[in-house]
Write a protein that binds this ligand. Structure first.
Ligand code: GLN
Length: 196
């Protein structure tokens, strides 16, 4: 019997990810404590607020267990979840605003980098490099981060107007937008397939 997919359920929109995974026929389980990571086959770190996520991850003692988990199993981070997975923040000194990225996905991100006037928008993105399907995917960006640099170990797999909005390193996938907010399950499906 396969294990359910975990949802880091400390803060943010994990409920919508639960729905997306249920649509694909997957059982899910909320993860709030380190021991619960042993009971899931993969993990989604949802969007929300990375400052709050940082505090709650630290309080739950989850930082090191999450790093260990990601070295063995697929992890998807969306928006604030990607910020948590990243290796470095641009434009603010690490920790200054209380965000401590976990250093799981080799990329530099800048928080809230689209500016206030367009801080939320929907746009088609190209995920051909992720799953081989060249049809565009509609992506919802909400106070989204921007990926400023991608390390040698990571690969850009989703782009918006030529700019990276999705990065993959092994079975770890980070997206700057919210795939759970549309009815298209293609990106969740692609993520689950990273597990092999
Ligand atoms: N702006 C948020 C942050 O910095 C991310 C927004 C989101 O997850 N939709 O954490």
């Amino acid at each position: 019997m396969s294990l359910p997919v975990g949802l880091l359920a400390l803060q943010g929109d994990f409920e919508m990810h639960r729905q997306a995974l249920a649509d694909l026929g997957h059982e899910t389980r909320f993860v709030r404590r380190p021991a619960e990571l042993a009971e899931v086959s993969a993990l989604v770190i949802p969007g929300g607020e990375s400052t709050t996520l940082t505090r709650l991850v630290a309080r739950a003692g989850l930082a090191d267990p999450l790093r260990a988990f990601a070295s063995e199993r697929p992890v998807l981070g969306t928006c604030a979840g990607l910020i948590m997975l990243s290796s470095e923040l641009a434009g603010e000194k690490q920790g200054d605003f209380g965000v401590e990225p976990l250093g799981i996905l080799d990329c530099v991100v800048s928080r809230n980098a689209y500016g206030r006037q367009i801080d939320s928008f929907t746009a088609p993105v190209d995920a051909t490099a992720l799953d081989g399907d060249s049809a565009p995917v509609r992506a919802v960006f909400i106070r989204a981060p921007r990926i400023m640099a991608v390390g040698a170990g990571a690969q850009v797999v989703v782009t918006h107007e030529g700019e990276p909005v999705g990065v993959r390193q092994g079975a770890v996938l980070g997206l700057t937008f919210h795939p759970e907010l549309t009815s298209d399950r293609r990106l969740h499906r692609a993520f689950l397939e990273l597990g092999g």
